[in-house]
Design a protein around this ligand. Structure first.
Ligand code: NAI
Length: 332
């Protein structure tokens, strides 16, 4: 048996982890709070911790975990931008993740956001329920024949591109490692970043958060975009400078924004704050715009993805306990 302290647990995490193959060989210790310096001590007695996107595995937290005897950081997500990998390595902790669970889940959510925002389904839904059958203000545009720019053509970006090709959109792509064969076979055209910004009617981000991609959409790059551009971000909030985005929306330069992630989402997304005061002026402002649609980091939330996350996480933990080699690609 191996004991794992699971941070930032929601009911669905618990349900799927407990059902995963081999889960009975793990003593799960579920915590609803996130990992931080203040909560690291809750991993006392655990050999490993299981973390999600907003847990703070910074050097200070990792030092506390290490002093408690924790040897494994098992991420139940793909991105590791919230983990100080250098500190983990220096202190001898293994870090594993779930490199791919359902890229379809995220790509499909990106498309759902675009369709909802463009055709104003969210506004129509509320209106009709109030017996307001007026169509005033609900005009959208055909996706057919428009140009979408896919930033990052990894697992998720490629699926999103293929779905957009199904709408008969022109698909431009930008990636530091272009997949030329895939692009040719799917009618996708790789261009440089500046060209993608200048030519796209819709821009969808599918790139990881790295020092070089931090705030890649900023005052300068937003100004390079076509007037009326729609921006979709299902990747990481810090890819966009929210202040610059608000200015571009207020100026009418950006026509619509759909976000599943937000620069300062930690402590807000995944929480029920209804009835409370939102202490984030930029998010409050974004929520007040009619052409901004926000979901709270739910792109991954399908049955298939939750099942896969739980299976791979449990397998990673059991392989660590057995001292075996990890699944290809899961070790960082
Ligand atoms: P991936 O690793 O398969 O693809 C990322 C692509 O970005 C690669 O093709 C890579 O070459 C490219 N890239 C990396 N750095 C670059 C740079 N500086 N310039 C140009 N291209 C660069 O990742 P995947 O699975 O497609 O995921 C993409 C992102 O989606 C993740 O990093 C994560 O942040 C986000 N995500 C969001 C979820 C959600 O629920 N909203 C769930 C899962 C992932």
């Amino acid at each position: 048996m191996i004991e794992i302290a699971v941070y930032d647990t929601k009911p669905y995490d618990r349900e799927y982890l407990e059902q995963a193959a081999g889960a009975e060989r793990v003593t799960w210790c579920f915590h609803e709070f996130r990992l931080s310096v203040k909560t690291a001590s809750a991993a006392k007695d655990a050999q490993g911790v299981c973390l999600f996107v907003n847990d703070q595995a910074d050097r200070s937290s990792i030092e506390i975990l290490s002093s408690l005897g924790v040897k494994l950081l098992a991420l139940r997500c793909a991105g590791a931008n919230n983990v100080d990998l250098v500190a983990a390595r220096a202190l001898g902790l293994s870090v594993v993740r779930v490199p791919a669970y359902s890229p379809h889940a995220v790509a499909e959510h990106a498309v759902a956001l675009l369709l909802t925002l463009n055709r104003k389904i969210h506004r129509a839904y509320n209106r009709v329920r109030d017996l307001n059958f007026s169509l005033k203000g609900l005009v959208g545009f055909d996706l057919h024949g428009k140009t979408v720019g896919i930033v990052g053509t990894g697992k998720i970006g490629r699926i999103a591109a293929q779905i957009f090709r199904g709408f008969e959109m022109e698909v431009l792509a930008y990636d530091s490692f272009p997949a030329m064969d895939w692009a040719t076979s799917h009618g996708v055209l790789y261009v440089d970043f500046d060209t993608l910004l200048a030519r796209s009617d819709v821009i969808s981000l599918h790139i990881p958060l790295l020092p070089e991609t931090n705030q890649m959409l900023n005052q300068r790059t937003l100004a390079q975009m076509k007037p009326g551009v729609f921006i979709i971000n299902t990747s990481r909030g810090k890819l966009i400078d929210s202040g610059a985005l608000i200015t571009a929306l207020q100026a009418g330069h950006v026509g619509g924004v759909a976000l599943d992630v937000y620069e300062e989402e930690e402590g807000i997304f995944f929480e029920d704050l209804s009835g409370k005061i939102l202490h984030d002026d930029e998010l409050s402002l974004l929520l007040s715009f009619p052409n901004v649609l926000i979901t709270a980091h739910q792109a991954f939330l399908t049955r298939e993805a939750l099942r896969e996350i739980a299976q791979v996480t449990t397998k990673n933990i059991l392989q660590f306990e057995a001292g075996e080699a990890f699944l290809a690609g899961t070790t960082l």
